[in-house]
Ligand binder design. Structure first.
Ligand SMILES: [Zn+2]
Ligand SMILES: [Zn+2]
Length: 116
């Protein structure tokens, strides 16, 4: 992996203030990521949400209030939602792919697909 792609997927700071509807991530390459809760919840990568095969796609529904962001090692976060759903493990690489800021991805949610 080149130095650049490492910086691209290294989160320096994750901001998820209580009551906010968007999570922000400061990436090591200087990019500020925008991750609406709707995007994060809809693309929860866990098997309960996504089944066991095929690409990850948008699954609407579920509580959009984020209760907890738990760091897992140095490579991922586990998101805990207000309805108790907490099986989604989001690698930093995946969070960078999910970035919904205008320079990264403005496709409608239901047109996006992500590799597992
Ligand atoms: Zn899930
Ligand atoms: Zn972005």
């Amino acid at each position: 992996m080149s130095e650049d792609s490492t910086a691209r997927t290294t989160a320096r700071e994750i901001r998820a203030p209580r009551g906010a509807k968007v999570m922000q991530i400061d990436w090591a390459d200087g990019h500020v990521g925008t991750l609406p809760h709707e995007t994060l919840r809809g693309f929860c990568p866990c098997a309960n949400c996504q089944g066991h095969q095929g690409p990850i796609r948008f699954v609407p529904g579920g509580d959009l209030e984020l209760s907890e962001v738990e760091e897992v090692g140095n490579y991922a976060v586990r998101l805990v939602w207000a309805d108790g759903h907490s099986t989604g493990l989001y690698s930093f690489r995946y969070l960078r792919e999910l970035c919904a800021c205008p320079t990264c991805d403005t496709r409608p949610l239901d047109e996006r697909r992500y590799a597992r």
